[in-house]
Design a protein around this ligand. Sequence first.
Ligand SMILES: NC(=O)c1ccc[n+]([C@@H]2O[C@H](COP(=O)([O-])OP(=O)(O)OC[C@H]3O[C@@H](n4cnc5c(N)ncnc54)[C@H](OP(=O)(O)O)[C@@H]3O)[C@@H](O)[C@H]2O)c1
Length: 246
Amino acid sequence: MSKGVFITGASSGIGRALALEMGRRGYRLALAARRMEALEEIRETILADTPRAEVSVRKLDVTDFDDVYAAFQEMVGAIGGIDIVVANAGVALGERIGRGDFDKVRKTIDVNLTGAIATLDAAAAYFLAQGKGHLVGISTVVAWRGMPKSSVYCASKAGLAVYMEAMRAELYRKNIDVTVLYPGYIDTPLNDMLPSRPFLIDVQKGAAIIARLIEKRAKSSTVPVFPWNIIGRILKILPTRIIARM
Ligand SMILES: NC(=O)c1ccc[n+]([C@@H]2O[C@H](COP(=O)([O-])OP(=O)(O)OC[C@H]3O[C@@H](n4cnc5c(N)ncnc54)[C@H](OP(=O)(O)O)[C@@H]3O)[C@@H](O)[C@H]2O)c1
């Protein structure tokens, strides 16, 4: 039987493109997000592209933490088992330090960190019981160095990456793979308002790279690998006076 993949944040951008890519590759799909109309449209697009595809969609706000566990279990039943989870849902709200934007700060942590952890934890419970599985999280290259004007975004994604490192160690020898991905700039609504997006790639290319890294069961990787594997290392050692100008 083909593998089942559960993707959060599948209504837009990377999640949507990854759903289409995985559908083409023959995976059974469980897709979740808050916007049901967008999910229905994606299901129709996937079925038009790959008529034999198996696709279930479900409304889910990942900050409704109890519902994350319920949704995961429902999706297991809906597509007949899940082998891979991709904790992809995320926001980049442009919160500024000391400017009274604390609602955005809390929401960023709730979605990008706590919501992702709930997703991965729900999946891990199921994978431990079935004796196999694959946990995938979408972090970012700016998890490697806190950047001005996106402090909480960087912190939320660094937190996710560290949580997943701990998962990899705790689940060692449990036949559960853990993949942490660090995209650079991929063209999606999340960042299309930014004045500069160096080394931008289109979302289909980004999704194809992510699908390949998932199939290789990579432990961690930038997306695309080059040049972000180099830039990420440079970011870590740049002096603050240069980072401050970014
Ligand atoms: N694009 C990039 O260059 C880039 C770079 C590094 C990392 N990333 C990460 O990649 C992931 C996908 O981002 P994207 O670029 O594809 O952005 P996007 O097009 O804005 O998509 C974000 C997705 O997250 C979902 N989402 C947001 N809040 C949610 C919530 N509370 N509950 C459930 N789903 C929620 C949205 O669905 P609904 O609104 O329908 O709920 C949407 O499907 C994010 O984690 C982002 O941080 C992106």
